[in-house]
Design a protein around this ligand. Structure first.
Ligand SMILES: Nc1ncnc2c1ncn2[C@@H]1O[C@H](COP(=O)(O)OP(=O)(O)OP(=O)(O)O)[C@@H](O)[C@H]1O
Ligand SMILES: [Mg+2]
Length: 492
Protein backbone atom coordinates (compact mmCIF):
# COMPACT_ATOMS: atom_id res chain seq x y z
CA UNK A 1 0.00 0.00 0.00
CA UNK A 2 1.53 3.32 -0.99
CA UNK A 3 1.04 6.47 1.12
CA UNK A 4 -0.61 8.22 -1.88
CA UNK A 5 -3.50 5.75 -1.63
CA UNK A 6 -4.12 6.98 1.87
CA UNK A 7 -4.49 10.66 0.92
CA UNK A 8 -8.06 11.93 0.73
CA UNK A 9 -9.71 12.17 -2.69
CA UNK A 10 -9.00 15.53 -4.34
CA UNK A 11 -11.85 17.00 -6.32
CA UNK A 12 -11.30 20.10 -8.44
CA UNK A 13 -13.76 22.81 -7.27
CA UNK A 14 -15.82 24.56 -9.97
CA UNK A 15 -16.35 28.15 -8.63
CA UNK A 16 -15.42 30.43 -5.73
CA UNK A 17 -18.26 29.35 -3.44
CA UNK A 18 -17.40 25.75 -4.00
CA UNK A 19 -13.70 26.50 -3.51
CA UNK A 20 -14.39 28.02 -0.08
CA UNK A 21 -16.62 25.12 0.91
CA UNK A 22 -13.91 22.73 -0.27
CA UNK A 23 -11.22 24.51 1.79
CA UNK A 24 -13.54 24.37 4.82
CA UNK A 25 -14.01 20.62 4.40
CA UNK A 26 -10.29 20.01 3.98
CA UNK A 27 -9.50 22.08 7.09
CA UNK A 28 -12.16 20.33 9.16
CA UNK A 29 -10.71 16.94 8.30
CA UNK A 30 -7.06 17.96 8.47
CA UNK A 31 -4.67 17.04 11.21
CA UNK A 32 -3.32 20.29 12.54
CA UNK A 33 -0.97 18.35 14.78
CA UNK A 34 0.71 15.07 14.06
CA UNK A 35 -0.77 12.27 16.12
CA UNK A 36 1.84 9.88 17.46
CA UNK A 37 1.84 7.05 19.96
CA UNK A 38 4.14 4.31 21.16
CA UNK A 39 3.87 0.54 21.02
CA UNK A 40 3.37 -0.83 24.51
CA UNK A 41 2.35 -4.46 23.90
CA UNK A 42 2.12 -6.98 21.11
CA UNK A 43 -0.12 -9.93 21.91
CA UNK A 44 -0.79 -12.45 19.16
CA UNK A 45 -2.03 -10.48 16.17
CA UNK A 46 -2.71 -7.23 18.02
CA UNK A 47 -0.35 -4.32 18.58
CA UNK A 48 -1.31 -2.05 21.48
CA UNK A 49 -0.20 1.58 21.39
CA UNK A 50 -0.43 4.26 24.07
CA UNK A 51 -1.08 7.93 23.42
CA UNK A 52 -2.26 7.35 19.85
CA UNK A 53 -5.33 9.44 19.05
CA UNK A 54 -6.87 7.56 16.15
CA UNK A 55 -10.36 6.57 15.09
CA UNK A 56 -11.53 3.02 14.61
CA UNK A 57 -10.89 1.97 10.98
CA UNK A 58 -8.11 4.56 10.58
CA UNK A 59 -4.80 3.47 9.10
CA UNK A 60 -1.72 4.09 11.26
CA UNK A 61 1.90 3.55 10.33
CA UNK A 62 3.87 1.61 12.95
CA UNK A 63 7.51 2.49 12.41
CA UNK A 64 9.94 -0.38 12.15
CA UNK A 65 13.24 -0.56 13.96
CA UNK A 66 16.66 -0.76 12.32
CA UNK A 67 15.72 0.09 8.77
CA UNK A 68 12.50 -1.92 8.55
CA UNK A 69 9.82 -0.02 6.61
CA UNK A 70 6.74 1.24 8.51
CA UNK A 71 3.99 -1.35 8.86
CA UNK A 72 0.51 -0.07 7.88
CA UNK A 73 -1.96 -1.12 10.57
CA UNK A 74 -5.65 -0.53 11.12
CA UNK A 75 -7.28 0.59 14.35
CA UNK A 76 -9.55 -2.32 15.34
CA UNK A 77 -10.50 -1.31 18.88
CA UNK A 78 -9.54 0.28 22.17
CA UNK A 79 -8.79 -1.10 25.61
CA UNK A 80 -8.50 1.33 28.51
CA UNK A 81 -6.31 4.15 27.25
CA UNK A 82 -4.71 2.00 24.61
CA UNK A 83 -5.37 1.78 20.90
CA UNK A 84 -5.53 -1.72 19.37
CA UNK A 85 -3.93 -2.00 15.95
CA UNK A 86 -3.81 -4.89 13.53
CA UNK A 87 -1.02 -4.91 10.97
CA UNK A 88 -1.88 -5.19 7.27
CA UNK A 89 1.42 -6.96 6.65
CA UNK A 90 4.28 -8.76 8.34
CA UNK A 91 5.15 -7.46 11.79
CA UNK A 92 8.87 -7.16 11.07
CA UNK A 93 10.67 -4.45 12.99
CA UNK A 94 7.97 -3.73 15.58
CA UNK A 95 9.52 -3.55 19.04
CA UNK A 96 8.70 -2.12 22.45
CA UNK A 97 8.26 1.67 22.36
CA UNK A 98 8.53 1.96 18.56
CA UNK A 99 6.45 4.89 17.38
CA UNK A 100 3.14 4.77 15.54
CA UNK A 101 1.63 7.60 13.48
CA UNK A 102 -2.05 8.11 12.59
CA UNK A 103 -2.63 8.88 8.87
CA UNK A 104 -6.12 10.38 9.24
CA UNK A 105 -7.50 8.15 6.52
CA UNK A 106 -9.32 4.81 6.34
CA UNK A 107 -8.07 2.01 4.08
CA UNK A 108 -8.23 3.05 0.43
CA UNK A 109 -7.25 1.42 -2.82
CA UNK A 110 -6.58 3.02 -6.18
CA UNK A 111 -9.30 1.85 -8.58
CA UNK A 112 -9.35 2.51 -12.30
CA UNK A 113 -10.14 0.82 -15.61
CA UNK A 114 -6.50 -0.20 -15.97
CA UNK A 115 -7.14 -2.89 -13.34
CA UNK A 116 -8.81 -5.01 -16.03
CA UNK A 117 -6.72 -8.08 -16.80
CA UNK A 118 -4.76 -7.67 -13.57
CA UNK A 119 -4.22 -9.86 -10.52
CA UNK A 120 -3.79 -7.90 -7.28
CA UNK A 121 -3.56 -8.72 -3.59
CA UNK A 122 -6.05 -7.78 -0.89
CA UNK A 123 -4.42 -4.36 -0.48
CA UNK A 124 -4.48 -3.56 -4.21
CA UNK A 125 -0.81 -4.34 -4.95
CA UNK A 126 -0.02 -6.21 -8.18
CA UNK A 127 1.02 -9.84 -7.86
CA UNK A 128 1.17 -10.63 -11.57
CA UNK A 129 4.68 -9.29 -12.07
CA UNK A 130 3.48 -6.20 -13.92
CA UNK A 131 3.86 -2.60 -12.74
CA UNK A 132 1.29 -1.09 -10.43
CA UNK A 133 -1.84 0.28 -12.15
CA UNK A 134 -1.64 4.04 -11.71
CA UNK A 135 -4.93 5.15 -13.26
CA UNK A 136 -8.13 5.89 -11.39
CA UNK A 137 -8.58 7.40 -7.96
CA UNK A 138 -8.19 6.24 -4.38
CA UNK A 139 -11.47 4.79 -3.19
CA UNK A 140 -12.43 3.66 0.29
CA UNK A 141 -12.78 -0.11 0.48
CA UNK A 142 -15.75 0.38 2.79
CA UNK A 143 -18.88 1.88 1.30
CA UNK A 144 -22.57 1.91 2.07
CA UNK A 145 -24.88 -0.27 -0.01
CA UNK A 146 -27.11 1.65 -2.48
CA UNK A 147 -30.27 3.15 -1.00
CA UNK A 148 -32.88 0.33 -0.96
CA UNK A 149 -35.54 2.50 -2.58
CA UNK A 150 -33.25 3.52 -5.41
CA UNK A 151 -32.56 -0.05 -6.40
CA UNK A 152 -34.48 -0.99 -9.53
CA UNK A 153 -36.26 -4.33 -9.46
CA UNK A 154 -34.46 -7.22 -11.10
CA UNK A 155 -36.16 -8.23 -14.34
CA UNK A 156 -33.48 -9.37 -16.80
CA UNK A 157 -31.57 -12.61 -16.80
CA UNK A 158 -27.79 -12.60 -17.04
CA UNK A 159 -26.36 -15.56 -18.97
CA UNK A 160 -24.13 -17.72 -16.79
CA UNK A 161 -23.31 -20.11 -19.66
CA UNK A 162 -24.24 -23.16 -17.57
CA UNK A 163 -27.37 -24.93 -18.86
CA UNK A 164 -28.55 -26.27 -15.49
CA UNK A 165 -28.36 -22.76 -14.03
CA UNK A 166 -29.60 -20.59 -16.91
CA UNK A 167 -32.81 -22.53 -17.38
CA UNK A 168 -33.50 -24.13 -13.99
CA UNK A 169 -31.84 -21.78 -11.46
CA UNK A 170 -31.68 -18.55 -13.50
CA UNK A 171 -29.84 -15.53 -12.21
CA UNK A 172 -31.06 -11.97 -12.79
CA UNK A 173 -28.82 -8.97 -13.41
CA UNK A 174 -28.05 -7.69 -9.93
CA UNK A 175 -29.18 -10.87 -8.17
CA UNK A 176 -27.06 -12.45 -5.43
CA UNK A 177 -26.73 -16.21 -5.28
CA UNK A 178 -24.85 -18.43 -2.84
CA UNK A 179 -22.98 -21.48 -4.14
CA UNK A 180 -23.01 -24.02 -1.31
CA UNK A 181 -20.46 -26.78 -1.68
CA UNK A 182 -17.92 -28.94 0.11
CA UNK A 183 -14.27 -29.01 -0.93
CA UNK A 184 -13.25 -30.39 -4.29
CA UNK A 185 -16.72 -30.66 -5.84
CA UNK A 186 -16.07 -28.19 -8.64
CA UNK A 187 -16.55 -24.64 -7.30
CA UNK A 188 -13.52 -23.18 -9.06
CA UNK A 189 -14.35 -24.92 -12.34
CA UNK A 190 -17.91 -23.60 -12.16
CA UNK A 191 -16.80 -20.02 -11.44
CA UNK A 192 -14.32 -20.26 -14.33
CA UNK A 193 -17.05 -21.49 -16.70
CA UNK A 194 -19.29 -18.62 -15.68
CA UNK A 195 -16.50 -16.03 -16.02
CA UNK A 196 -15.77 -17.21 -19.56
CA UNK A 197 -19.37 -17.37 -20.76
CA UNK A 198 -21.32 -14.72 -18.88
CA UNK A 199 -22.92 -11.79 -20.68
CA UNK A 200 -21.87 -9.45 -17.83
CA UNK A 201 -19.40 -6.74 -18.93
CA UNK A 202 -16.74 -7.24 -16.27
CA UNK A 203 -15.84 -10.02 -13.81
CA UNK A 204 -14.36 -9.20 -10.43
CA UNK A 205 -13.16 -12.35 -8.71
CA UNK A 206 -12.07 -12.44 -5.08
CA UNK A 207 -10.13 -15.50 -3.95
CA UNK A 208 -10.20 -15.29 -0.17
CA UNK A 209 -8.20 -17.75 1.92
CA UNK A 210 -7.36 -20.05 -1.03
CA UNK A 211 -4.27 -22.24 -0.93
CA UNK A 212 -1.42 -20.55 -2.80
CA UNK A 213 -1.07 -23.41 -5.31
CA UNK A 214 -4.66 -23.06 -6.46
CA UNK A 215 -4.44 -19.44 -7.47
CA UNK A 216 -2.28 -19.99 -10.54
CA UNK A 217 -4.33 -23.06 -11.40
CA UNK A 218 -7.54 -21.03 -11.26
CA UNK A 219 -6.17 -18.17 -13.35
CA UNK A 220 -4.60 -20.34 -16.03
CA UNK A 221 -6.92 -23.36 -16.13
CA UNK A 222 -10.33 -22.06 -15.11
CA UNK A 223 -10.27 -18.38 -16.09
CA UNK A 224 -8.11 -18.51 -19.22
CA UNK A 225 -8.86 -15.77 -21.76
CA UNK A 226 -11.62 -14.30 -19.57
CA UNK A 227 -8.84 -12.66 -17.53
CA UNK A 228 -8.79 -9.85 -20.13
CA UNK A 229 -12.18 -8.58 -18.90
CA UNK A 230 -11.67 -9.59 -15.28
CA UNK A 231 -9.95 -8.30 -12.16
CA UNK A 232 -8.72 -10.97 -9.73
CA UNK A 233 -8.15 -10.09 -6.08
CA UNK A 234 -6.22 -12.70 -4.13
CA UNK A 235 -5.54 -13.13 -0.41
CA UNK A 236 -4.16 -16.60 0.22
CA UNK A 237 -4.62 -18.44 3.52
CA UNK A 238 -1.15 -17.45 4.78
CA UNK A 239 -1.96 -13.72 4.60
CA UNK A 240 -2.88 -11.88 7.84
CA UNK A 241 -6.58 -12.17 8.73
CA UNK A 242 -7.13 -8.46 8.15
CA UNK A 243 -5.74 -8.70 4.60
CA UNK A 244 -8.12 -11.59 3.84
CA UNK A 245 -10.99 -9.43 5.07
CA UNK A 246 -9.78 -6.46 3.02
CA UNK A 247 -9.61 -8.62 -0.13
CA UNK A 248 -13.38 -9.14 0.06
CA UNK A 249 -14.05 -5.42 0.54
CA UNK A 250 -11.44 -4.40 -2.07
CA UNK A 251 -13.05 -6.64 -4.70
CA UNK A 252 -16.46 -5.19 -3.85
CA UNK A 253 -15.11 -1.62 -4.18
CA UNK A 254 -13.62 -2.48 -7.60
CA UNK A 255 -16.98 -3.94 -8.67
CA UNK A 256 -18.65 -0.70 -7.51
CA UNK A 257 -16.23 1.36 -9.62
CA UNK A 258 -17.30 -0.45 -12.81
CA UNK A 259 -20.96 -0.44 -11.74
CA UNK A 260 -20.85 3.34 -11.31
CA UNK A 261 -19.90 3.58 -15.00
CA UNK A 262 -23.18 1.84 -15.84
CA UNK A 263 -21.64 -1.58 -16.41
CA UNK A 264 -23.08 -4.95 -15.43
CA UNK A 265 -20.51 -6.53 -13.17
CA UNK A 266 -20.22 -10.18 -12.13
CA UNK A 267 -18.68 -10.30 -8.65
CA UNK A 268 -17.59 -13.77 -7.57
CA UNK A 269 -16.26 -14.47 -4.11
CA UNK A 270 -14.61 -17.76 -3.21
CA UNK A 271 -15.25 -18.10 -0.36
CA UNK A 272 -17.40 -16.06 1.96
CA UNK A 273 -16.83 -18.74 4.64
CA UNK A 274 -13.10 -17.97 4.70
CA UNK A 275 -13.94 -14.27 4.93
CA UNK A 276 -16.07 -15.09 7.99
CA UNK A 277 -13.25 -17.17 9.47
CA UNK A 278 -10.82 -14.25 9.06
CA UNK A 279 -13.30 -11.93 10.76
CA UNK A 280 -13.62 -14.48 13.58
CA UNK A 281 -9.82 -14.45 13.99
CA UNK A 282 -9.84 -10.67 14.31
CA UNK A 283 -12.83 -10.67 16.68
CA UNK A 284 -11.30 -13.26 19.02
CA UNK A 285 -7.93 -11.44 18.99
CA UNK A 286 -9.48 -8.20 20.24
CA UNK A 287 -11.45 -9.97 22.93
CA UNK A 288 -14.93 -10.45 21.45
CA UNK A 289 -16.87 -13.32 23.03
CA UNK A 290 -17.27 -16.37 20.81
CA UNK A 291 -20.91 -17.11 20.01
CA UNK A 292 -22.21 -19.75 17.57
CA UNK A 293 -19.47 -22.29 16.78
CA UNK A 294 -16.78 -19.86 17.86
CA UNK A 295 -17.95 -17.15 15.42
CA UNK A 296 -18.04 -13.79 17.14
CA UNK A 297 -20.98 -11.36 16.88
CA UNK A 298 -19.00 -9.07 14.55
CA UNK A 299 -18.93 -11.84 11.91
CA UNK A 300 -22.71 -11.75 11.65
CA UNK A 301 -22.65 -7.93 11.60
CA UNK A 302 -20.05 -7.83 8.78
CA UNK A 303 -21.73 -10.37 6.49
CA UNK A 304 -24.70 -8.17 5.50
CA UNK A 305 -22.36 -5.16 5.21
CA UNK A 306 -20.40 -7.05 2.60
CA UNK A 307 -23.18 -8.88 0.79
CA UNK A 308 -25.63 -5.98 0.61
CA UNK A 309 -23.19 -3.94 -1.47
CA UNK A 310 -23.84 -6.04 -4.56
CA UNK A 311 -27.17 -5.91 -6.35
CA UNK A 312 -28.88 -3.37 -8.57
CA UNK A 313 -28.21 0.36 -8.26
CA UNK A 314 -29.34 3.58 -9.97
CA UNK A 315 -26.85 2.85 -12.75
CA UNK A 316 -25.24 -0.48 -13.54
CA UNK A 317 -25.52 -3.62 -11.47
CA UNK A 318 -23.40 -6.07 -9.51
CA UNK A 319 -24.48 -9.69 -9.77
CA UNK A 320 -22.98 -11.52 -6.80
CA UNK A 321 -21.99 -15.18 -6.66
CA UNK A 322 -20.67 -16.11 -3.23
CA UNK A 323 -19.37 -19.57 -2.44
CA UNK A 324 -20.04 -21.03 0.97
CA UNK A 325 -18.10 -24.05 2.22
CA UNK A 326 -20.40 -26.63 3.73
CA UNK A 327 -18.03 -29.20 5.16
CA UNK A 328 -19.58 -32.56 5.86
CA UNK A 329 -22.46 -31.25 3.70
CA UNK A 330 -23.88 -29.52 6.77
CA UNK A 331 -26.17 -26.96 5.18
CA UNK A 332 -27.22 -25.60 8.55
CA UNK A 333 -23.88 -24.45 9.91
CA UNK A 334 -24.07 -20.81 11.08
CA UNK A 335 -22.35 -19.12 8.13
CA UNK A 336 -24.38 -21.06 5.55
CA UNK A 337 -27.52 -20.14 7.48
CA UNK A 338 -26.63 -16.45 7.75
CA UNK A 339 -25.60 -16.15 4.09
CA UNK A 340 -28.69 -18.00 2.83
CA UNK A 341 -30.93 -15.58 4.68
CA UNK A 342 -29.26 -12.54 3.08
CA UNK A 343 -29.03 -13.73 -0.53
CA UNK A 344 -31.70 -14.19 -3.22
CA UNK A 345 -31.18 -17.86 -3.86
CA UNK A 346 -28.76 -20.74 -3.60
CA UNK A 347 -27.05 -23.26 -5.80
CA UNK A 348 -26.08 -26.53 -4.11
CA UNK A 349 -23.17 -28.62 -5.39
CA UNK A 350 -23.06 -32.15 -3.96
CA UNK A 351 -20.27 -34.63 -3.48
CA UNK A 352 -22.63 -37.42 -4.49
CA UNK A 353 -22.95 -36.01 -8.02
CA UNK A 354 -19.22 -35.20 -8.23
CA UNK A 355 -18.40 -38.80 -7.26
CA UNK A 356 -20.64 -39.98 -10.08
CA UNK A 357 -18.68 -37.68 -12.45
CA UNK A 358 -21.83 -35.66 -12.97
CA UNK A 359 -20.35 -32.19 -13.59
CA UNK A 360 -21.22 -29.47 -12.86
CA UNK A 361 -22.34 -31.22 -9.66
CA UNK A 362 -25.43 -29.00 -9.26
CA UNK A 363 -28.24 -30.58 -7.28
CA UNK A 364 -31.10 -28.93 -9.13
CA UNK A 365 -33.76 -30.10 -6.68
CA UNK A 366 -31.99 -28.42 -3.75
CA UNK A 367 -31.15 -25.23 -5.67
CA UNK A 368 -33.51 -22.27 -5.78
CA UNK A 369 -33.46 -18.88 -7.46
CA UNK A 370 -35.97 -16.60 -5.76
CA UNK A 371 -36.40 -14.51 -8.91
CA UNK A 372 -37.11 -17.25 -11.41
CA UNK A 373 -40.56 -15.82 -12.14
CA UNK A 374 -39.12 -12.40 -12.99
CA UNK A 375 -36.32 -13.40 -15.32
CA UNK A 376 -37.49 -16.27 -17.55
CA UNK A 377 -40.54 -16.63 -19.78
CA UNK A 378 -43.54 -18.38 -18.25
CA UNK A 379 -43.06 -21.14 -20.79
CA UNK A 380 -39.50 -21.87 -19.70
CA UNK A 381 -40.50 -21.66 -16.08
CA UNK A 382 -43.30 -24.17 -16.62
CA UNK A 383 -40.94 -26.47 -18.52
CA UNK A 384 -38.43 -26.19 -15.66
CA UNK A 385 -41.06 -27.19 -13.16
CA UNK A 386 -42.08 -30.15 -15.27
CA UNK A 387 -38.47 -31.36 -15.42
CA UNK A 388 -37.95 -30.79 -11.69
CA UNK A 389 -41.10 -32.77 -10.98
CA UNK A 390 -39.85 -35.66 -13.07
CA UNK A 391 -36.46 -35.57 -11.36
CA UNK A 392 -38.11 -35.56 -7.93
CA UNK A 393 -40.24 -38.57 -8.90
CA UNK A 394 -37.15 -40.43 -10.09
CA UNK A 395 -35.22 -39.61 -6.93
CA UNK A 396 -38.02 -40.93 -4.75
CA UNK A 397 -37.95 -44.32 -6.49
CA UNK A 398 -34.21 -44.34 -7.18
CA UNK A 399 -33.42 -47.23 -4.83
CA UNK A 400 -36.18 -49.41 -6.23
CA UNK A 401 -35.13 -48.63 -9.79
CA UNK A 402 -31.47 -49.43 -8.96
CA UNK A 403 -32.26 -52.93 -7.71
CA UNK A 404 -34.75 -53.57 -10.49
CA UNK A 405 -37.71 -53.71 -8.09
CA UNK A 406 -39.67 -50.93 -9.78
CA UNK A 407 -42.51 -52.31 -11.91
CA UNK A 408 -42.98 -50.34 -15.11
CA UNK A 409 -46.53 -48.97 -15.47
CA UNK A 410 -47.00 -48.43 -11.70
CA UNK A 411 -46.60 -44.67 -11.91
CA UNK A 412 -46.70 -42.84 -15.28
CA UNK A 413 -44.53 -39.97 -13.94
CA UNK A 414 -41.77 -42.38 -12.88
CA UNK A 415 -42.07 -44.19 -16.23
CA UNK A 416 -41.58 -40.88 -18.04
CA UNK A 417 -38.70 -40.00 -15.70
CA UNK A 418 -36.95 -43.29 -16.49
CA UNK A 419 -37.49 -42.89 -20.24
CA UNK A 420 -36.28 -39.29 -20.33
CA UNK A 421 -33.44 -39.68 -17.86
CA UNK A 422 -30.70 -39.94 -20.50
CA UNK A 423 -31.94 -36.75 -22.20
CA UNK A 424 -32.23 -34.86 -18.90
CA UNK A 425 -28.78 -36.08 -17.90
CA UNK A 426 -27.25 -34.95 -21.19
CA UNK A 427 -28.84 -31.56 -20.65
CA UNK A 428 -27.56 -31.16 -17.09
CA UNK A 429 -24.02 -32.44 -17.63
CA UNK A 430 -21.71 -29.92 -19.21
CA UNK A 431 -17.99 -30.07 -19.73
CA UNK A 432 -16.03 -26.99 -18.68
CA UNK A 433 -15.09 -26.28 -22.29
CA UNK A 434 -18.68 -26.60 -23.55
CA UNK A 435 -19.95 -23.02 -23.79
CA UNK A 436 -23.69 -22.45 -24.20
CA UNK A 437 -26.00 -19.47 -24.12
CA UNK A 438 -29.13 -19.13 -22.02
CA UNK A 439 -31.24 -19.19 -25.22
CA UNK A 440 -29.75 -22.57 -26.20
CA UNK A 441 -30.41 -23.90 -22.68
CA UNK A 442 -34.04 -22.73 -22.88
CA UNK A 443 -34.53 -24.42 -26.25
CA UNK A 444 -33.18 -27.74 -24.94
CA UNK A 445 -35.33 -27.52 -21.82
CA UNK A 446 -38.47 -26.82 -23.86
CA UNK A 447 -37.57 -29.81 -25.98
CA UNK A 448 -37.52 -32.08 -22.92
CA UNK A 449 -40.80 -30.59 -21.69
CA UNK A 450 -42.40 -31.27 -25.07
CA UNK A 451 -41.33 -34.91 -24.78
CA UNK A 452 -42.84 -35.12 -21.30
CA UNK A 453 -46.10 -34.03 -22.91
CA UNK A 454 -45.97 -37.09 -25.16
CA UNK A 455 -46.37 -39.43 -22.19
CA UNK A 456 -50.00 -40.33 -21.65
CA UNK A 457 -51.18 -39.40 -18.17
CA UNK A 458 -48.08 -37.34 -17.43
CA UNK A 459 -49.48 -33.92 -18.00
CA UNK A 460 -49.67 -34.45 -21.75
CA UNK A 461 -53.11 -32.89 -21.87
CA UNK A 462 -51.96 -30.02 -19.70
CA UNK A 463 -48.75 -29.01 -21.37
CA UNK A 464 -49.31 -26.05 -23.60
CA UNK A 465 -46.37 -25.02 -25.74
CA UNK A 466 -48.31 -21.85 -26.56
CA UNK A 467 -46.72 -19.04 -24.45
CA UNK A 468 -50.00 -17.28 -23.66
CA UNK A 469 -51.60 -20.44 -22.35
CA UNK A 470 -48.45 -21.35 -20.43
CA UNK A 471 -48.35 -17.86 -18.89
CA UNK A 472 -51.87 -18.33 -17.63
CA UNK A 473 -50.95 -21.63 -16.03
CA UNK A 474 -47.60 -20.51 -14.67
CA UNK A 475 -48.83 -17.69 -12.46
CA UNK A 476 -49.77 -18.97 -9.00
CA UNK A 477 -47.06 -21.56 -8.57
CA UNK A 478 -44.58 -20.09 -6.08
CA UNK A 479 -44.99 -21.26 -2.52
CA UNK A 480 -44.71 -18.66 0.29
CA UNK A 481 -41.09 -19.54 0.91
CA UNK A 482 -40.14 -18.80 -2.71
CA UNK A 483 -39.63 -22.50 -3.50
CA UNK A 484 -41.20 -23.74 -6.71
CA UNK A 485 -44.41 -25.51 -5.77
CA UNK A 486 -44.41 -29.10 -6.94
CA UNK A 487 -46.48 -30.42 -8.62
CA UNK A 488 -46.19 -27.45 -10.94
CA UNK A 489 -48.64 -25.85 -13.28
CA UNK A 490 -48.40 -28.81 -15.60
CA UNK A 491 -50.07 -30.84 -12.91
CA UNK A 492 -47.96 -33.85 -13.72
N1 LIG B 1 -17.70 -29.21 -15.56
C1 LIG B 1 -16.75 -30.11 -15.30
N2 LIG B 1 -16.42 -31.02 -16.22
C2 LIG B 1 -15.48 -31.95 -15.97
N3 LIG B 1 -14.81 -32.05 -14.80
C3 LIG B 1 -15.06 -31.16 -13.85
C4 LIG B 1 -16.04 -30.12 -14.04
N4 LIG B 1 -16.09 -29.40 -12.92
C5 LIG B 1 -15.18 -29.94 -12.06
N5 LIG B 1 -14.57 -30.99 -12.62
C6 LIG B 1 -13.54 -31.83 -11.96
O1 LIG B 1 -13.56 -31.64 -10.55
C7 LIG B 1 -12.26 -31.37 -10.06
C8 LIG B 1 -12.30 -30.41 -8.88
O2 LIG B 1 -12.83 -29.18 -9.33
P1 LIG B 1 -12.46 -27.79 -8.66
O3 LIG B 1 -11.01 -27.61 -8.49
O4 LIG B 1 -13.20 -26.77 -9.46
O5 LIG B 1 -13.15 -27.97 -7.24
P2 LIG B 1 -13.21 -26.97 -6.00
O6 LIG B 1 -14.54 -27.17 -5.37
O7 LIG B 1 -12.84 -25.61 -6.42
O8 LIG B 1 -12.08 -27.56 -5.08
P3 LIG B 1 -11.41 -26.91 -3.78
O9 LIG B 1 -12.40 -27.04 -2.68
O10 LIG B 1 -10.21 -27.80 -3.59
O11 LIG B 1 -11.08 -25.51 -4.13
C9 LIG B 1 -11.50 -30.82 -11.25
O12 LIG B 1 -10.15 -31.15 -11.22
C10 LIG B 1 -12.15 -31.48 -12.44
O13 LIG B 1 -11.52 -32.70 -12.75
MG1 LIG C 1 -11.32 -24.29 -5.75
Amino acid sequence: MSPEDQTPEVRVPQDVGETLAHIGTVLRHSDLARRHGRVSDLIGLVVEATGLQAEVGEICMVNGDRGHPPVPSEVVGFRGQRTLLMPLGEMHGIGPATTARATGSPFRIRVGDDLLGRVIDGLGRPIDGMPRATGGRPRSANASPPDPLERPRIDTRVDLGVRALDSLVPCGRGQRLGIFAGSGVGKSSLLGMIARSTTADVNVIALVGERGREVKEFIERDLGDALAHSVVVVATSDQPALVRIKAAFTATAIAEHFRDQGKDVMLMMDSVTRFAMAQREVGLAIGEPPATRGYTPSVFAQLPRLLERSGTAKVGSITGLYTVLVDGDDMNEPIADAVRSILDGHIVLTRELAHASHYPAIDVLQSVSRLVGEVVSPQVRAAGQAVRHLMAAYKEKEDLIAIGAYQGGTDPTVDAAIALRPQIDRFLRQHVSDATTAAQADALLLDIAARIGEFAGVGGDHFQPDPAAAAQQAEPDLADNGEPAIPGPLNL
